[in-house]
Write a protein that binds this ligand. Structure first.
Ligand code: ADP
Ligand code: MG
Length: 275
């Protein structure tokens, strides 16, 4: 556990072990300017489960993920309707600070994006600084180790924590980004095609990490890899935007069932590579 130093007069910021949260999107629609890109998307992402978002490029998966993290509003001209709740609390509630909402939700992107010149240890801790969390030196050291272990990177980097993050391989950099996202103890982890820039071995290792992380955190992962969706997820949502219409969820449900007996012919075509 991390505690504020006794001498500090700053607001107390204590990180306790987080438990995974249930995330629920209700009737979410999104626009970029006049263009509607998501239409009435509703999806429950249960606590401690892995939800895979699948579907062709351009159907709004990344947009949906950004809405779950209050990042859509950062795009100029972007707007949205609907609700997102984390354990029943509306993350768009005007009384909730954006940083408090975002702190509960980690994000990992397609392209590994560690701070290249910053040390491996400081990369892990970067989120603490950004969200104003204070911690003792010892607590920080423990946190770096804990997060790197969880991300499956500790053994490879424990003797070079002071070296720059940019010196790691692509797969290691992505695991460093996972470690960084875990340092604020998120309750939900959003991953946007986290393996699509990686080789098969790195991909496998990240999939193993996802399986282990799912005990502590609710995971939502966008993937174009149907084998990966089947390997890592408990439930799947198939997004589609046909002929300029906004993205919708065509079908969602238990992953095994969705792949073995899809209900909609479009899902069947997509999961069997006929798109
Ligand atoms: P996916 O992740 O499924 O490929 P995206 O969410 O990235 O889809 O995009 C959904 C639609 O929104 C696409 O038509 C895309 O061109 C559009 N879009 C995405 N980001 C922006 C943006 N910043 N400005 C304008 N349009 C965007
Ligand atoms: Mg995308």
């Amino acid at each position: 556990m991390i505690e504020t130093p006794a001498v500090s007069t700053a607001p107390t910021e204590v990180i306790t072990t987080a438990v995974p949260a249930a995330l629920e999107a209700s009737a979410v629609s999104a626009w970029f300017g006049d263009r509607k890109v998501l239409d009435q998307v509703s999806l429950a992402m249960p606590s401690g489960k892995v939800t895979a978002l699948i579907g062709p490029s351009g159907c709004g998966k990344s947009t949906f993920l950004r809405i779950l993290n209050r990042m859509h509003e950062l795009v100029p001209g972007a707007s949205l309707a609907g609700e997102v709740r984390i354990d029943g609390v509306d993350i768009y509630d005007a009384t909730l600070r954006v940083t408090d909402a975002r702190r509960q939700i980690g994000m990992v992107f397609q392209k590994p994006n560690p701070f290249p010149a910053m040390s491996i240890a400081d990369n892990v801790l970067a989120g603490l600084t950004l969200t104003g969390i204070r911690a003792t030196k010892t607590a920080k050291r423990d946190l770096v180790e804990e997060c790197l272990i969880k991300a499956g990177l500790w053994k490879e980097v424990k003797d070079r924590l002071a070296q720059p993050g940019g010196g790691l391989s692509g797969g290691q950099q992505q695991r460093l980004c996972i470690a960084r996202s875990l340092a604020v103890r998120p309750r939900v982890l959003l991953m946007d095609e986290p393996c699509s820039a990686l080789d098969p071995t790195s991909t496998r290792r990240i999939e193993e990490t996802i399986g282990e992380l799912a005990r502590d955190v609710t995971i939502v992962i966008v993937t174009h890899n149907m084998q990966q969706a089947q390997r890592v997820s408990d439930q799947c949502a198939f997004f589609l935007a046909s002929q300029g219409t906004p993205g919708v969820i065509v079908e969602h449900g238990d992953t095994a069932a969705m792949f073995s007996a899809p209900q909609d012919p479009r899902t069947s075509d997509y999961v069997h590579g006929r798109f």
